[in-house]
Ligand binder design. Structure first.
Ligand code: ATP
Ligand code: MG
Ligand code: FE
Length: 345
């Protein structure tokens, strides 16, 4: 089926078009620059930006795919989780399109969409079950996906900051601009990842019982802040490269330790990564190392499909249709806390 996907859960206005499992268009307009001076995504600013970007992005995607609105078989939209006001723009637009064009509408889960992105890759399709680690500025979630369209289990998630948020906050305290992830990556080159042993949240024996697959990054951020402050107070110049490298090492270690543990515990030799933090050089490197050592097949979609985008939403919609799922009824609304287990609202 020819499916249009609309994604507005955070700061990316994403419009994607797929035919079956084939990517035809993936237009992304980000309001990231507008959030830079606040050091993080401002919900109202993001929602307004979606309003402005949506129609131009839709036109661009139709042109890129060389199709018309009439050609579409269905529309898919992210209904949650995400920022309420931002989600509402996409949901409203999707309903308006579906009603006026008389097309079926699929309200889908953003997190599961990240997993669905894999089908658009040229490689052989991902086998299920798989473990999926989704890491971005808004989420850090570990999923057990037994079937993309019918069975998703949330194994764990962050109990405080998301991993991308930690990158952004640590970058800020090092005096680096937003978004912090790429900056940390940049200055970490040449730094010693073993220079400072920062804490790995929720990885001690006692935490592992209750929070085996959960994440915590606020303690790490505080530890970096304290270390930097103490170093400055003692009159020594802060070795930014070492701090960045050591912090990045701690995040990558936490993420991969938990993800690989889930693969081993459940006997699932597959790990899919998604979300903007997947751009991190050390996260990618360590993922490759740890997965190779444990005999786990590592899947990382191209970055344009890892960060928030509409194509992954269209792909999930398309998979739902091919599996025979009925469209959503129009009573659904934006749900900022939609659980990962709810694949379609
Ligand atoms: P959502 O949480 O809804 O997916 P988001 O906009 O936060 O939304 P993305 O756009 O996928 O998610 O990712 C942005 C985040 O990824 C930012 O926090 C940014 O710092 C982080 N990031 C980007 N590049 C890197 C990198 N090289 N290393 C680490 N983090 C990175
Ligand atoms: Mg973003
Ligand atoms: Fe996302």
């Amino acid at each position: 089926p020819l499916v249009l996907g609309i994604e507005t859960s955070c700061d990316e206005t994403g419009i994607g078009i797929v035919r079956g499992s084939t990517l035809l268009a993936n237009v992304i307009s980000s309001s990231m620059d507008e959030h830079a001076r606040y050091g993080g995504v401002v919900p109202e600013v993001a929602a307004r930006a979606h309003l402005e970007a949506l129609v131009p992005a839709l036109k661009a995607a139709l042109a890129e795919a060389d199709v018309t609105l009439d050609d579409l078989d269905a529309i898919a939209v992210t209904s949650g989780p995400g920022l309420s006001g931002a989600l509402m723009v996409g949901v409203g637009a999707a309903k308006a399109l579906a009603l006026s064009l008389d097309k079926p509408l699929y309200a889908v889960n953003h997190l599961v969409g990240h997993v669905g992105a894999d089908v658009l890759d040229d490689d052989a399709p991902l086998e299920y079950p798989t473990i999926a680690l989704l890491v971005s500025g808004g989420h850090t979630s570990l999923l057990l996906v037994r079937d993309l369209v019918s069975d998703v289990e949330l194994l764990g998630e962050t109990i405080d900051d998301a991993a991308g948020e930690a990158f952004d906050k640590v970058a800020r305290l090092l005096g680096l601009p937003y978004p912090g992830g790429p900056q940390i990556d940049r200055v970490a080159v040449g730094g010693d990842p073993k220079a400072i042993r920062f804490p790995r949240g929720l990885s001690h024996q006692k935490d592992m019982e209750k929070h085996r697959y959960d994440f915590s990054f606020s303690g790490l951020k505080t530890a970096v802040a304290r270390w930097v402050e103490q170093t400055r107070d003692s009159g020594v110049e802060v070795p930014i490269a070492d701090v960045a490298a050591s912090f990045r090492e701690a995040v990558a270690d936490i993420l991969l330790t938990k993800a690989v543990a889930a693969c081993v515990d459940y006997g699932i030799p597959r790990l899919l990564l998604g979300g903007g933090v997947v751009a991190n050089a050390r996260v990618r490197e360590l993922a490759a190392e740890r997965c190779a050592a444990a005999g786990i097949e590592l899947r990382i979609p191209p970055l344009s499909l890892c960060t928030d985008n509409g194509a992954m939403i269209a792909a999930l919609g398309s998979q739902l249709i091919m599996a025979g799922h009925a469209p959503s009824t129009l009573g659904f609304g934006a749900d900022s806390t939609l659980p990962a287990t709810v694949i379609q609202a």
